[in-house]
Design a protein around this ligand. Structure first.
Ligand SMILES: Cc1cc2nc3c(=O)[nH]c(=O)nc-3n(C[C@H](O)[C@H](O)[C@H](O)COP(=O)(O)O)c2cc1C
Length: 224
C-alpha cells in the first residue's frame, strides 16, 4: 500500500470483525514495526499475542474497568488521569472504586474479546533511558521508547488491510494484565520470537532485533 495512503488512513479502529488473522500476517506486522526508533536503540518493547478465547475475555474484563474509570473523568469534565498544572499527579476527586463498579456499556470494550488477535505491549523497564527522571513533574520520556513501535504496528497492520487502536485502559489493571500475558506466553506452543542480531553496524543501515519464527513461545521477545 502506498505510504501516503497508509499514513493518512491509519485511524483508531474500535469496531472489528471476527475474521481470523493468521500468524504469518501478524509476523509481517511485527517484523516491520520493529524498525521503530527507541532511546539508545534498546528496543524495550515486549509483545504478547493473545488469540485464545479465555485470555481475551479476561483482557476485555480488565479493559472494561479502565474504561469505566476513564469515562467517569470525562463525565465530570476532567481530562482522565491528567497531571495538574504543576505537572504532578492530579489530585482528582473522582472515586475510582465507584467508577469501576458503575457499568458503562460501550461496544468497543464490551466486545473486545471478539477481536481475533490482541497484542499486549509491555516495556522492559530497566532498558528505558528516562531522561526526565527526577524532574518534579509527570515523566513522559520513557514511554517514547515504546510508542513509536506501537504506532508502527498500527501502520503496518493498516498496510495489511487490518485495523486497530492502541488502548491504555489495560494499564489501569497492570498486575492482572501481566498475569494474563505471562500465562498466555507459557501456555502457547507456537508463535514468534526475536533474537538479538549479531550484525555489524554499517553506515546508514538500521540495526534492529531480527525476527524469526520459533515453535516454543507466543511471545515476541528477545532471546540471546
Ligand atoms: C498513548 C495513547 C493512548 C491511547 N489510549 C486509548 C484508549 O485507552 N482507548 C482508546 O479507545 N483509544 C486510545 N487511544 C487512541 C486515541 O484515542 C486516538 O489515537 C485518537 O483519538 C485519534 O484517533 P483517529 O486517528 O481515529 O482520529 C490512545 C492513543 C494514544 C497515542
Amino acid at each position: 500500500m502506498d505510504l501516503d495512503v497508509v499514513m493518512r488512513t491509519t485511524g483508531a479502529a474500535r469496531a472489528f470483525t471476527d475474521a481470523p488473522v493468521d500468524d504469518a500476517t501478524i509476523y509481517r506486522v511485527l517484523d516491520r514495526a520493529r524498525f521503530a526508533p527507541s532511546g539508545g536503540n534498546r528496543q524495550p518493547w515486549r509483545v504478547v499475542i493473545v488469540k485464545d478465547a479465555g485470555p481475551r475475555e479476561r483482557i476485555r474484563d480488565l479493559c472494561v474497568l479502565g474504561w469505566r474509570e476513564y469515562a467517569s473523568f470525562v463525565e465530570a469534565g476532567e481530562v482522565p488521569f491528567a497531571p495538574g498544572a504543576d505537572g504532578l499527579p492530579n489530585r482528582s476527586n473522582i472515586d475510582l472504586a465507584a467508577a469501576r463498579a458503575t457499568p458503562r456499556p460501550a461496544a468497543f470494550v464490551d466486545d473486545l474479546e471478539q477481536v481475533p488477535a490482541l497484542l499486549v505491549i509491555g516495556a522492559h523497564l530497566p532498558s528505558l533511558a528516562v531522561l526526565d527522571w527526577g524532574l518534579e513533574r509527570q515523566s513522559i520520556i520513557g514511554g517514547a521508547s515504546v510508542y513509536p513501535f506501537v504506532q508502527n504496528l498500527l501502520l503496518s497492520a493498516r498496510n495489511e488491510g487490518l485495523g486497530g487502536v492502541m488502548t491504555s485502559f489495560l494499564a489501569r489493571q497492570e498486575a492482572a494484565a501481566r498475569a494474563v500475558a505471562e500465562a498466555q506466553t507459557a501456555a502457547r506452543s507456537s508463535a514468534f520470537a526475536a533474537r538479538q542480531a549479531t550484525v555489524v553496524k554499517l553506515e546508514r543501515m538500521l540495526v534492529r532485533i531480527q525476527a524469526r519464527r520459533v515453535e516454543v513461545a507466543s511471545q515476541y521477545h528477545q532471546v540471546s
